[in-house]
Write a protein that binds this ligand. Structure first.
Ligand code: UDX
Length: 475
């Protein structure tokens, strides 16, 4: 028998075989984690300070849009293993392993991560933990946070040193949250004792059984894995977008360049998609917080390049506005723009740091009349961004447009027939901010088509992939 199987709850040295799990913070990450752990067979209690959110979840309603999560939530509730509440004290007494999943947004007055929610959650929970237990941080935090919080929770908990802390970063992508939680590429456990490692192995037993690699790390490394991964992804996107800037100067085509680079298995094609760049609640704020923290720790020069990564990314938004202005004839004053997309990426209603809305806002500032349509994010956008018009359908947004701007690559926009779209607009002009459309098809239907990093005029050669040997050839 393994250490885990032999264990009992009463022991202070062995791990609990099937720990009772609490999930503190039921936002995007926490709600998904709570649902998935219940589906994997654990007893789970989800806790949040927001009673409206808790009422919705308890009633089987997901407070945000995530494909497939609502059905999984109902399945988990029906199993009888998942419940929700607002009482931290109950969680502290009931749970064996406590996952803290609260947010770390960018601070209002600096690029640092705002730690008030994380600190409050750890402290409040620890006060009511009166037997040996493990608190596991999942939030993305500045390096050194786990060590600092260990001292904090031990100083306020009745069990003192018996309370242990671990870090287990989360890599889930919006739009794939359930899949990424149930079948992650890897699990990272930042621990300071064998007991904590065993307790985490017990908590993820069904996932580990599937053969998922587990990386055991110290606390600082576990914290670093998350920001390093997001920084790498952001760097890869900005790299190809920097190449797009070069392409614009030399008349080359970044779409072809990206395809050719992607076939190099050392480089790979994922996160090499050029366009309007990255947004959302993670990548932008995480790289800024990383720079800030590295500077505090004296490692600023090591990540100074991330400032460029951020700047390249923001320049893509400005350049998209330039392209739209160029297509409109040099001025945006009174120009009707149909903005397709508001969410920071498709299959999400999340508008945090959304490139699409940043572009829409800049267009509006220059006097354009902007009508936004997003299949899922209209309501969130309307609440946050005044001054823009919102349409209930793609057709309504396109009606009478002088320029169409595709800003988030929803499938609905990819599927549209250029001719049918052409019947609605005032002028057949389109900026494909996400390289999502068939340029030749649009051009053949009389559209002026522009995309970042691609020549204004159609290519004279056509890109073709030779299926037999995967080589790229031009014909
Ligand atoms: C990201 C990380 O992928 C995830 O591991 C982490 O846990 C949270 O942050 P997410 O914010 O859901 O996930 O979005 P992601 O799919 O990574 O996309 C981020 C942004 O990059 C989007 O705005 C997307 O449009 C953009 N992007 C992505 C590109 O511009 N080009 C690409 O090739 C890929």
């Amino acid at each position: 028998m393994s250490d885990i199987e032999q264990s009992t709850t009463s022991s202070t040295t062995t791990a609990v075989a099937k720990p009772r799990l609490t999930v503190i913070g039921t936002g995007y990450l926490g709600a998904t984690h709570a649902v998935c752990m219940a589906l994997l067979g654990f007893e789970v209690l989800g806790v949040d300070v927001d009673s409206r959110k808790i009422e919705m979840l308890a009633a089987g309603e997901v407070p945000f849009y995530e494909p497939g999560l609502d059905a999984k939530l109902r399945e988990a509730l029906d199993s009888g293993r998942l419940r929700f509440g607002t009482d931290f004290a109950e969680a502290g007494v009931w749970g064996d392993v406590h996952f803290v999943c609260v947010g770390t947004p960018q601070s209002k007055d600096s690029h640092a991560a705002d730690m008030v929610y994380v600190d409050a959650a750890f402290e409040k929970l620890a006060r009511s933990i009166s037997r040996k237990a493990l608190i596991v941080g999942k939030s993305t935090v500045p390096i050194g946070t786990a060590a600092r919080l260990t001292t904090l929770v031990r100083s306020v908990s009745p069990v003192g040193e018996e309370l242990e802390l671990a870090w287990n970063p989360e890599f889930l992508r919006e739009g794939y949250a359930v899949k990424d939680t149930l079948h992650p590429d890897r699990l990272v456990f930042g621990v300071t004792s064998e007991w904590a490692e065993l307790q985490l192995r017990a908590s993820f037993h069904p996932i580990i059984e599937e053969g998922t690699p587990v990386v055991i790390a110290d606390l600082a490394t576990a914290e670093l894995v998350k920001v390093a991964a997001n920084s790498f992804l952001a760097t890869k996107i900005s790299y190809i977008n920097a190449m797009a800037e070069v392409c614009e100067v030399v008349g080359a085509d970044v779409a072809v360049l990206s395809t050719a680079l992607g076939y190099d298995t050392r480089i790979g094609s994922r996160f090499l998609k050029p366009g309007l760049g990255f947004g959302g609640g993670c990548l932008p704020k995480d790289i800024r917080a990383f720079i800030h923290r590295a500077e505090e720790l004296g490692a600023g020069p090591a990540v100074a390049f991330l400032r460029e990564v951020d700047e390249i990314n923001l320049r893509r938004r400005a350049r998209t506005v330039d392209l739209i202005r160029e297509l409109a004839g040099g001025s945006l004053e009174g120009v009707r723009v149909a903005a397709f997309g508001a969410a920071f990426k498709p299959n999400s209603d999340d508008i945090r740091d959304a490139p699409a809305l940043d572009v829409a806002r800049q267009l509006r500032t220059e006097g354009a009349i902007v009508t936004v349509y997003d299949p899922k994010a209209n309501e969130n956008a309307r609440r946050t961004y005044g001054g823009l018009w919102y349409a209930d359908s793609l057709a309504e947004a396109a009606q009478g447009a002088d320029v169409v701007a595709l800003l988030t690559e929803w499938q609905e926009f990819r599927d549209v027939d250029p001719d049918a779209l052409g019947q609605l607009v005032n002028h057949r002009r389109i900026v494909d901010g996400r390289h999502a459309l068939d340029a030749d098809d649009y051009r053949s239907k009389g559209w002026e088509y522009r995309a970042l990093g691609r020549p204004a005029q159609p290519r004279t050669v056509r890109l073709q992939v030779d299926e037999r040997d995967d080589a790229l050839v031009s014909v």
